[in-house]
Ligand binder design. Structure first.
Ligand code: V07
Length: 246
């Protein structure tokens, strides 16, 4: 007999509004296949579109993806150069699909330090998708959470010095409003964090915003993380919500 509650169906279950993903293991995916690291990054980029489409179909509101950290500049110049062209490649390949799926692109991070062509690609994409009101695809590019918190602290101090704020209004809500995720409104904080490739660390990703998030870790490399993998991570999230509610 067919079960009404098929494990593949998210019917009647709460889909996380905001999912954040640390897309780890692209280099290891390539190594396993005797391919250059950049082949892993390319496969990882293609998987971004697969997972974005599926998250949009599930009704996820925000998908935050850690694409490039402030630490990633330490990688070999050739690899950094390849990575900095991925936003251009991504939009060149997938923009029609993103628009058709009503996806809005946003970017967080210290974007003023990106090469001009990278910055132009992301600003153009934000501009071309700003009227879309479906899934927000939020890329973290040259992002680091401690630096984000330091920058927010500095901005708050400046606003106090200029008399725009008084110290007594500084609380958690105000601090959230100075973080790069402020424009995500009600969905600033991820409900679910996923990290692929077996590492179980936050690596300076959304430290403040992840304070209450469920975390799911998988051994799969990012290019192998499939729609079924996302279903499993969401099922784990739902199971934990159910246990908490008991
Ligand atoms: C990058 C592919 C995914 C795995 C992680 C490392 C490599 C998509 C983008 C991107 C970023 C911003 C944007 C549009 C696309 C990207 C970098 C690396 C630096 F507006 N994938 N991807 N950016 N990888």
């Amino acid at each position: 007999m067919l079960s009404k509650k098929s494990p593949k169906s998210n019917h009647n279950k709460i889909v996380p509004n905001h999912i954040a993903i640390i897309m780890d293991g692209n280099g290891r995916w390539a190594k396993k296949r005797l391919l250059p690291r950049v082949a892993g990054h390319k496969a990882g980029m293609d998987n971004v579109q697969t997972i974005t489409s599926y998250a949009s179909k599930l009704g996820v509101k925000v998908l935050s993806l850690y694409a490039f950290s402030t630490e990633n500049w330490k990688r070999p110049t050739e690899e950094v150069d390849y990575l900095m062209h991925l936003p251009t490649n991504f939009f060149g390949k997938f923009m029609p699909q993103l628009i058709q799926e009503n996806v809005r692109v946003k970017v967080i991070g210290f974007t003023d330090e990106l090469p001009p062509y990278t910055l132009k690609a992301v600003r153009d994409a934000e501009e071309q998708t700003k009227a879309n009101d479906g899934l927000i695809l939020n890329f973290a590019l040259n992002y680091g959470s401690r630096r984000e918190i330091a920058a927010a602290t500095k901005a708050i101090a400046q606003d106090v010095a200029q008399g725009k704020l008084t110290t007594d209004v500084i609380d958690e809500t105000l601090i959230s409003q100075y973080l790069m995720t402020a424009s995500l409104g009600d969905y600033q904080d991820p409900d679910l964090l996923i990290r692929t490739s077996g590492e179980e660390r936050l690596s300076n990703f959304l430290l403040w915003q992840l304070a209450y998030s469920e975390m799911v870790f998988t051994d799969e490399f990012w290019p192998d993380f499939s729609t079924d993998s996302l279903d499993r991570a969401i099922a784990e999230f739902q199971q934990r919500q159910r246990v908490m509610a008991d």
